[in-house]
Write a protein that binds this ligand. Structure first.
Ligand SMILES: [Zn+2]
Ligand SMILES: [Zn+2]
Length: 382
């Protein structure tokens, strides 16, 4: 396969000066940069070819060798260079674009102001959503309306009044950046002539003030999956602000979920906890109570005779739904025995009689506690 002429590759003529070559290289390199065309071998090949050509022509020695001998100058026995010497195009890139070498991603290299904003991402957006515990359990489809930045329809995102011209900034050749050398340091700053935009708009769009974008209320249908937790962040890829000039990737939209506290249930991961007050008599005699469940149903639970406060009963599979799963957590019902208050005469009398005929054996815990207390006092006396 015969190699293409380096000048043709760069799209410049043989008398082109350094500045012209550089700006042509930039433009072409951005068009076929592998980060912009992942998995496109053709773009990658073009990118390599471009780097090779620029690597030779930007070096005055190599350029004159190439001018004299063509590609033969870099073949075996030639002065070297050629494709072998330019595998690491990160080097050339850092010279031209500033910033890190090949390890820095596309966005790093092209970040900052100016025309490289074409490759910039739109902003991410954040939306706060409060939902109830029942909604977290069931999942929910919600319609939300949020202002999302998109191309201005008057100027098609160009920022110029229809018919107005857009001119490349002469000071920075459209790069939006100016480099100055101070001793050992090369400083790069935004071009002051164009404000880092790399271009002028002779007559900015009236609707968007030359921004190229306007925020418009946009309706979105958001699906909240069953099992979300408080603090869950749902990412809607590409639903954020459009990239400036509509040519880069749109930002993402993040839905931040807050689950409101519930009157009856407390949640811990997939499990729910419910505190159930129980009349003293039921706890003593045993019985059955009905407990509400998060799915809106009821569960009957048996209270064993002599149940104590703090006893936990487990309802298997009656807890929260689990994200991306058909499983459910458990529900724990914690009993708390309610001491009767406001007794009438008859009730009081019955309880007094009950106390009279009751010995230690019906409340072993208290009997145990008081016998320990007695031993403690006795040991102090001795
Ligand atoms: Zn506009
Ligand atoms: Zn400029």
């Amino acid at each position: 396969m015969s190699k293409r002429d380096y000048y043709d590759v760069l799209g410049v003529d043989k008398t082109a000066d350094e500045k012209t070559m550089k700006s042509s290289f930039r433009k072409k390199a951005m068009d076929c940069h592998p980060d912009r065309h992942p998995d496109d071998p053709q773009a990658e090949a073009r990118f390599k070819e471009l780097n090779e050509a620029y690597g030779v022509l930007s070096d005055s020695q190599k350029r004159s060798a190439y001018d004299r001998m063509g590609h033969r100058a870099f073949e075996q026995g030639g002065m070297g260079g050629g494709s072998g010497g330019f595998q690491d195009f990160g080097d050339i890139f850092s010279q031209i674009f500033g910033g890190g070498g090949s390890s820095g991603g596309f966005s790093d290299m092209f970040g900052g102001g100016g025309r490289r904003q074409e490759a910039a991402r739109g902003s991410d957006l954040r939306y706060e959503m409060d939902i109830s515990l029942e909604e977290a359990f069931n999942g929910k489809d919600v319609d939300i309306t949020i202002p999302i930045a998109g191309d201005c329809d008057r100027c098609d995102g160009l920022g110029a009044e229809p018919g107005a011209s857009i001119e490349t900034c002469g000071t920075c050749s459209g790069s939006g950046k100016v480099r100055t050398q101070q001793g050992f340091f090369t400083m790069e700053r935004a071009c002051s002539t164009c404000g880092g935009q790399g271009e002028y708009v002779s007559n900015p769009c009236r609707k968007c003030d030359g921004q190229g974008q306007i925020r418009q209320k946009t309706d979105l249908d958001v699906s909240i999956p069953a099992g979300v937790e408080d603090g869950t962040r749902i990412r809607l890829s590409g639903q954020g602000d459009a990239a400036p000039r509509g040519r880069g990737q749109s930002g993402d939209l993040y839905i931040f979920i807050s689950v409101k506290p519930h009157e009856l249930f407390e949640r811990e991961g997939p499990n729910l906890f419910c505190n159930a007050p129980l009349p003293m008599t039921t706890a003593t005699l045993g019985g059955e109570i009905e407990i509400p469940t998060i799915d809106g149903g009821r569960s009957k639970i048996k209270i064993p005779e002599g149940s104590q406060s703090g006893k936990r009963l487990r309802l298997r599979g009656k807890g929260m739904s689990v994200l991306r799963s058909s499983q459910r957590g458990d529900m724990y019902v914690e009993l708390s025995i309610e001491t009767p208050t406001k007794l009438n005469k008859k009730q009081r009398k019955l309880l007094e009689e009950f106390a009279e005929i009751s010995g230690d054996d019906i409340s072993p815990e208290s009997a145990n506690f008081f016998s320990k207390a007695r031993r403690f006092w006795d040991s102090l006396v001795e």
